[in-house]
Design a protein around this ligand. Structure first.
Ligand code: SF4
Length: 213
């Protein structure tokens, strides 16, 4: 597989935030979200065998592994790599942009599935069937919110797919350093919805560019 980076950090998002976590960031993404914070993954990277990646992960001594990108599922080999990680006994999180089908993802892995909102510029490319496959006991869905129009869009999708009741968590994730964060938080708090405001913990610890964007 083509890999941009492998590193040990703290999980910054989702209900797993705060847990020590090893990250495998795969190279490449066919999407171009306006606010993307990982454009450096679009090109480059290094070819790494499963064995090389596993060996590095074992050195970290951390059982929780997130496979991310770029778009991790854009590389076909990612599916068998995820299965390999599960076979090796790792707890596996998959952070996916939501436009590649998750059907072939090993069912032992946990999905953290993005739904792209209008301000991303990529909302037409959401693969809606992915939402039908989410599992209440473990999978989470994430809406990155750049403005209140995105929030209105998120509410519609949450209702249409009954995501409050069909996922482990609905994450509302304001774009980092968005100007009206307090207004978004206020709006979310008054919504009456079973959602979580999802701030990117790692960026508050290490800054927005240094580790684990
Ligand atoms: S899907 Fe993720 S990696 Fe791809 S452009 Fe959007 S934010 Fe960036």
């Amino acid at each position: 597989m083509r890999v941009t980076e492998i590193f040990l950090s703290i999980q910054g998002e989702s209900t797993h935030a705060g847990r020590p976590c090893a990250f495998v960031r795969l190279t490449g993404c066919p999407m171009r979200c306006v606010w993307c914070d990982s454009e450096y993954t679009f090109t480059g990277g290094t070819r790494r065998s499963f064995e090389e990646i596993l060996s590095q992960l074992k050195e970290f001594g951390c059982n929780l592994v997130e496979v991310t990108g770029g778009e991790p599922l854009a590389q076909k080999a990612a599916f068998s790599f995820i299965t390999k990680l599960c076979d090796e006994g790792f707890e596996v999180l998959i952070e996916t942009g939501g436009f590649v089908s998750t059907k072939q993802v090993d069912e032992r892995a946990t999905l953290i599935l993005d739904v792209k909102c209008p301000a991303s510029g990529e909302a037409e490319r959401n693969h809606w069937a992915n939402l039908e496959r989410l599992r209440k006991e473990k999978d989470e869905v994430k809406f990155v919110i750049a403005d209140l129009e995105d929030w209105e869009f998120a509410k519609e999708i949450i209702a249409e797919y009954d995501l409050e009741n069909r996922t482990r968590a609905v994450l509302i994730s304001p774009v980092f350093e968005v100007e009206n964060l307090a207004e978004i938080a206020e709006t979310v708090s008054r919504s009456g919805l079973k959602v979580r405001l999802n701030l990117q913990l790692h960026k508050y610890i290490w800054g927005k560019d240094t580790r684990g964007v």
